[in-house]
Design a protein around this ligand. Structure first.
Ligand code: GLN
Length: 567
């Protein structure tokens, strides 16, 4: 078998030592299987969920699977993008701020991903331009092919090295036809000739529009999208045809014929309100075994879907419902709080209760509107956030929860505002605040750590990723977790100001989670309250469908009680 010379020579010629070091050996290439996902017709058809679900199918067959998202936008990462544009920023163990699809991957595959699992055009160009400035290209002309495409391939092949995955699922953001995604698609095309047909698969996820007048589904846009993909040099091996309506056999035959894929490889996936059902739908369609066969692998074990089936059974089973007011700044776009919503769902399944989320815009509360929604809720959740818009509304929601003994869960900013409200009540001074919102506040109860101040002036830095937290015995948090030390994911700049610890404690706040060196308050809770707890970290990122997060479960238990539902 010929060595993939083009693959290596193209990279050696740039004379970049790092690139050589990080390039896989021939053996790596031979042992890692890549499944590439592209989107057709329209965006938002659930490409990420499809990839995540397929990851689960392969994991169930005994393979070490991971997933990577390639984002064609030019931003370096989604960390600074508006949630309106991009939805939630999902944070990984290692502190990477990533696309929300990584949340789907982690929840479905149930493995922790790494920062190599998400990159953008911005990162690719930044790297190539930095090398060019260093003179690494020895005066050569830097071009999209091969320099940009090589950097894309380097980053794709890095994943199996960094994670040890045997199968890497690679999803390209956007839709085929977008200008931005062309270099990515070209890199994927090259990978098939670099590492072989038996190691690469292309799955195209498309949409079948429904024509109301004639009540039929149309395959033409899918055909066009596949034609577009072919013109770039990629022939899909499988087509996942998403639709809001049942897809008949004859339609699948037609797609197979016109798009030149095997009949078995046309997989209709009808929209389901139950996201976690998708792996079962794909399993039924034989996708797992088919994909393995196509890359020359045999399943190492029989998939065991019993716990997923039980989960879906639980979702279907009618349950009493509770109302949780989610008070945020981006509530019009539910994707901005994707992990929080999922974490509430997971905890609801555990406690056999339907969580009816009431989306409340914090700016409305400031104007005295929407309070009836908050008042009719059985619990209040204030999620994370940045910037001052709407913070007073969130703080008023925290105050309402404190004064009326309504269960409250504060996540990051939600915790900070709970502490600010409590401080205002102690000092009877409405000017107590976080220095994020008022630099001159007389009571900076949330502030930068002294050793952080210089750093922020130099361009900003956040506490990102996993940090240990010691739980204080006899607290709500310690009871919920049932273990002495936990690791949780962070994404914030500000911290509870230690000079206020004593006064807060004397007035009935306890610090149930503290960093092992004692310097940082990680969890605060009120003593004289059924459940008012805030975390400096983001527990929502560690909740899994079959493993709900203990703090969300504890919160919902209190919510259930408030709603008059006994367990
Ligand atoms: N804006 C706050 C901080 O930087 C909270 C951040 C968040 O909620 N993730 O500390």
């Amino acid at each position: 078998m010929a060595l993939p010379t083009a693959f290596f020579i193209a990279n050696l010629s740039v004379g970049d030592f790092n690139a050589i070091v990080f390039y896989p050996t021939w053996e790596d290439c031979m042992t890692t299987k890549y499944i590439f996902f592209t989107g057709g017709v329209v965006s938002s058809v659930g490409k990420g969920v499809t990839a995540a679900a397929i990851g689960r199918l392969l994991k169930e067959r005994g393979f070490n699977v991971t997933a990577q998202k390639l984002d064609p936008y030019i931003n370096v990462d989604p960390g600074t993008m508006s949630p309106y544009q991009h939805g939630e920023v999902y944070v990984l163990d290692d502190g990477a701020e990533t696309d929300l699809d990584l949340g789907h991957y982690e929840r479905f595959i149930d493995s922790s991903l790494s920062k190599v699992c998400n990159f953008t055009t911005g990162q690719v160009y930044a790297e190539v331009i930095a090398k060019e400035r260093r003179g690494d290209y020895l005066g050569g002309t830097i071009q999209v092919i091969p320099h940009i495409t090589n950097e894309i391939k380097r980053r794709i092949t890095l994943v199996s090295k960094a994670t040890g995955a045997e199968i890497v699922l690679v999803e390209v953001g956007g839709t085929v036809g977008d200008i931005e995604s062309l270099p990515f698609l070209e890199a994927l095309r090259q990978m098939r000739s670099d590492i072989g047909r038996e190691n690469t698969l292309y799955i195209h996820v498309t949409w079948l529009p429904h024509i109301g007048a004639t009540d039929e589904l149309k395959t033409k846009p899918t055909q066009h999208s596949v034609a577009e993909l072919r013109s770039i040099g990629i022939s899909p091996d499988m087509i996942v045809a998403r639709s809001d309506h049942p897809v008949g056999d004859e339609l699948c035959d037609k797609i197979a014929l016109f798009c030149d894929v095997e009949k078995q490889a046309v997989v209709p996936v009808v929209t389901t309100p139950i996201l976690y059902e998708v792996p079962l739908v794909l399993e039924k369609a034989g996708v797992g075994d088919y994909l393995l066969k196509r890359v020359g692998l045999t399943p190492r074990r029989h998939p065991d879907w019993s716990s997923w089936e039980a989960l879906i059974e639980k979702v279907r089973c009618p349950k009493p419902s509770v109302k949780v007011a989610l008070v945020g700044k981006y509530v019009e776009l539910h994707d901005a709080y994707m992990s929080v919503r999922e974490a509430l769902k997971h905890a609801g399944l555990e406690l056999n209760v339907e969580v009816d989320i009431q989306w409340v815009h914090s700016a409305e509360l400031e104007k005295g509107r929407c309070w009836e929604v908050v008042k009719q809720s059985d619990g209040i959740l204030v999620p994370g956030g940045f910037g001052s818009r709407g913070t007073e509304g969130k703080l008023q929601a925290a105050r309402y929860a404190r004064e009326n003994k309504v269960p409250y869960l504060g996540l990051c900013l939600g915790m900070q505002l709970m502490v600010v409200d409590f401080t205002r009540s102690i000092y009877k001074n409405e000017e107590a605040n976080s220095t994020e919102f008022d630099r001159g506040t007389p009571h900076p109860v949330i502030d930068l750590m002294p050793d952080q101040r210089g750093l922020v002036d130099m361009g900003g830095t956040m506490r990102l990723g996993l940090y240990p937290c010691e739980l204080q015995p006899g607290t709500i948090a310690a009871d919920a977790y049932g273990q002495p030390v936990v690791q949780e994911r962070h994404r914030h700049r500000f911290e509870l100001n230690n000079t206020y610890r004593d006064i807060l404690q004397q007035n009935g706040m306890r610090f149930s989670g503290i960093s092992p060196d004692g310097r940082l308050v990680e969890i605060a809770e009120l003593v004289d309250h059924p459940f008012m707890l805030g975390t400096q970290f983001h527990p929502e990122f560690l909740s899994r469908p079959n493993r709900p997060h203990p703090l969300f479960v504890a919160f919902l238990r209190a919510v259930k009680q408030k709603a008059g539902l006994v367990e």
